[in-house]
Design a protein around this ligand. Structure first.
Ligand SMILES: Cc1cc2nc3c(=O)[nH]c(=O)nc-3n(C[C@H](O)[C@H](O)[C@H](O)COP(=O)(O)OP(=O)(O)OC[C@H]3O[C@@H](n4cnc5c(N)ncnc54)[C@H](O)[C@@H]3O)c2cc1C
Length: 314
């Protein structure tokens, strides 16, 4: 069994196979596992924060699945995750409008990637990209689980989009470090207007070190216009954030990260099936888009469900 992708979905799948003694290997593009649960390290900022990480993909996660809750409780006990907040602000391009209370959002003091690293303990992940398309004759003796965004899976297995039709949107995440905090305390701000940014995370409150650090997610439409040169969007993001938070200082360090396939658009995904397969070709697919609530926990649930299926059908 080959698992391609070591984000939370692939790791969840691998854990089930390991528990049931099913042989498998995992390959992942890039040195770091965690996929979209990713971090950016500050370098050359000229501040004490060099070496600090910013969460540049998933901002936080929520929990409703009882099995996932058990692992989250373990991580809470170990200090790998913390209960961040249940309260965010809402804003439009003129400023903050009010607050919104929701479920508990969990964050990770060492960066959200540490969640996947914890769950992957004891698993051997090889660095490597699955390149080209699957030749069905080659995979006849090896089943393949594609645990990644559908457009990435489609490069390997063109029928992926047929098995999981949904629309993906890009996000450019702009990290900003300031000399000092120029804003009132807040945790996160949703902006559902047509502003340049849709979300601002206070990375200092999220990570617990109170650093004057913000991460803004650029609106998908604006992001899609800057995929070739993500840094070009930084001035728009800084200006939108300054307007919402009502200050006029420039950051001392910025960084833009492009997520071409950041998230499936809610409303284009379905709650069932939890994974899908072309069994005749030995190809299986899992990921956060197998859910009507695509997010970290959905990846965990989908990968776990695929693992259980593979154990039962080996
Ligand atoms: C900007 C942004 C903000 C988000 N905010 C939130 C949030 O606040 N809360 C939340 O719950 N979720 C959020 N999400 C979504 C969350 O990150 C995902 O739901 C979750 O990480 C999905 O994990 P995954 O394992 O399915 O996919 P991924 O994390 O994308 O992992 C796929 C892995 O497959 C690897 N891969 C791809 N192609 C190949 C190949 N050909 N060969 C080898 N390896 C390959 C990739 O390198 C990657 O490591 C956000 C995502 C982004 C991008």
């Amino acid at each position: 069994m080959l698992i391609v992708g070591a984000g939370i979905t692939g790791i969840a799948c691998a854990r089930v196979l390991r528990t049931h003694g099913v042989p498998f290997r995992i390959i992942n593009k890039g040195k770091k596992l965690g996929g979209r649960m990713a971090a950016k390290v500050v370098r050359d900022s000229g501040t004490e924060f060099d070496g600090r990480v910013f969460d540049i993909g998933a901002s936080y996660f929520t929990v409703s699945d009882p099995e996932f809750q058990v692992h989250v409780q373990d991580m809470l006990d170990l200090g790998i995750v913390t209960e961040w907040t249940d309260t965010f602000h809402v804003a439009d391009d003129t400023g903050i409008l009010g607050v919104k209370v929701g479920p508990m959002r969990y964050s990770a003091p060492k960066g959200i990637r540490s969640v996947v690293e914890y769950l992957a303990q004891g698993l051997e992940v090889s660095e490597g990209e699955f390149e080209g398309e699957i030749d069905s004759r080659d995979v006849a003796d090896e089943r393949i689980a594609l645990c990644m965004p559908t457009p990435q899976a489609a490069k390997i297995f063109p029928r992926a989009t047929e098995l999981n039709p949904c629309v993906w949107e890009p996000v450019i995440a702009v990290s900003m470090l300031f000399a000092e905090q120029h804003w009132q305390d807040f945790d996160g701000i949703f902006d559902n207007s047509t502003s340049a940014v849709t979300w601002i995370a206070n990375d200092g409150s999220r990570r617990g070190d109170r650093a004057p650090a913000l991460v803004a997610h650029v609106h998908p439409v604006l992001s899609s216009q800057h995929l070739v040169d993500p840094s070009a969007v930084i001035p728009f993001a800084v200006s939108a954030v300054a307007k919402i938070l009502d200050f006029d200082q420039e950051p001392v360090w910025t960084s833009a990260h492009r997520w071409t396939f950041a998230k499936p658009v809610e409303g284009t995904t379905r709650s069932e099936p939890l994974f899908n397969a072309a069994p005749e070709e030995g190809v299986f697919m899992a990921g956060d888009s197998f859910s009507d609530r695509p997010r970290v926990e959905a990846g965990w649930i989908s990968g776990t469900a695929l693992g259980k299926h593979l154990v039962g059908t080996r």
